[in-house]
Design a protein. Structure first.
Length: 348
């Protein structure tokens, strides 16, 4: 059995397999079509990013989100304006889910002036306050403390906003994560910690790196509630995220969601992923793919036939092709940009 299929989230539950929604969270035709399109946009975008990396147009590190699309899209589905999103370096999918322009994201990957961070951040360090996206962060687990800080600001301002703070199973063993947990519960902060457990961290299986492999239990010593979620099912993610966000927004403090998921590519583009078999990856693709699952739901309800799905794919491919061309032809940043965005200048 593939490692990605272990655990209670591995098997589709009957409640998860209906387009009527999960746990009392109904879904409409338009909503499910949007989730399908958004996940497909991330998938096609990441596939093209991998191609550009292979062509030498993207330098440095590049961590693709292929296989994990349901998490970013499902959480975004219940996010309210002003809620913040912050994550690690596997961040392109989150940016697209937040509504950032694919052109700007792709141009940032190629280090061009048209990028979301003017070409100075690259793959791992993008940012957009307009989209409530507070960055991808290159240091493992660093964003957990920052996301907790965002929640502290929300608490101080009493603005009823929630910080969605993402990190992976590898970062779950970092010390600052538990310092953040303690502060968040002690101060009753409105933060949802979303653990994207793709089973392997950088390249070591969770069974070999964690004594407690049920990561949603990691907050138990701080009295933070948590639950395990099928991170390959966009409706299951949406339902769990709504429950967690309502908990945090209502003044009840932090909540932990462990999203059981699986990445199809290596940790980064430079990782050959020899620590797992091709059969394991293929089995997950065949039985648990989040986009295929959404497609099956649409078909079962008669909400989209093959022609409609092909039209969506064609639209998405055109958007990605346009973004790639923009990223290829956009000028590089001026040398003077080296000296901007270094210090914050106080207003007069």
């Amino acid at each position: 059995m593939a490692r990605g299929q272990t655990g209670s989230a591995a098997k589709r539950k009957n409640s998860d397999a209906s387009a009527d929604g999960v746990a009392g969270s109904p879904v409409t035709k338009d909503e499910l079509l949007k989730y399908y399109r958004d996940m497909l946009l991330i998938r096609r975008f990441e596939e093209r990013a991998g191609q550009l990396y292979g062509m030498g147009l993207i330098g440095g590190f590049c961590h693709l989100y292929i296989g994990q699309e349901a998490i970013a899209v499902g959480v975004q589905a219940i996010k309210e304006p002003g809620d913040q999103v912050i994550t690690g370096y596997r961040d392109h999918g989150h940016m697209l889910a937040c509504g950032m322009d694919p052109r700007e994201v792709m141009a940032e990957l190629t280090g061009r002036a048209g990028g979301s961070s003017k070409g100075k951040g690259g793959s791992m360090h993008m940012f957009s306050t307009e989209a409530d996206f507070y960055g991808g962060h290159g240091i493992v687990g660093a964003q957990v403390a920052l996301g907790t800080g965002l929640a502290l600001a929300n608490h101080y301002r009493d603005n009823k906003k929630v910080s969605f703070t993402y990190f992976g199973d590898g970062a779950a063993n970092q010390g600052q994560v538990y310092e953040s947990f303690n502060m968040a519960q002690l101060w009753n902060l409105p933060v949802v910690y979303v653990i994207e457990n793709n089973q392997y961290a950088m390249g070591t299986s969770i069974e070999r790196s964690s004594s407690e492999t049920h990561l949603y239990k990691r907050g138990a010593s701080f009295r933070i509630p948590g639950e395990e979620v099928d991170g390959m099912d966009v409706l299951a993610v949406k339902a769990a995220a709504r429950k967690a966000a309502d908990h945090a927004r209502s003044g009840n403090g932090p909540y932990i969601l462990e999203m059981k998921t699986y990445r199809y590519r290596g940790h980064s583009m430079s990782d050959p992923a020899k620590y797992r078999t091709r059969d394991e990856v293929d089995e997950v693709r065949k039985t648990r793919d989040p986009i295929d699952h959404a497609q099956e739901l649409l078909a079962s309800k008669g909400w989209a036939d093959e022609a409609a799905l092909k039209a969506i794919d064609a639209e998405v491919k055109a958007i990605v092709a346009d973004a790639a061309e923009f990223a290829r032809t956009s000028p590089e940043p001026e040398a003077s940009e080296l000296y901007t965005d270094v210090y914050l200048e106080a207003a007069e």
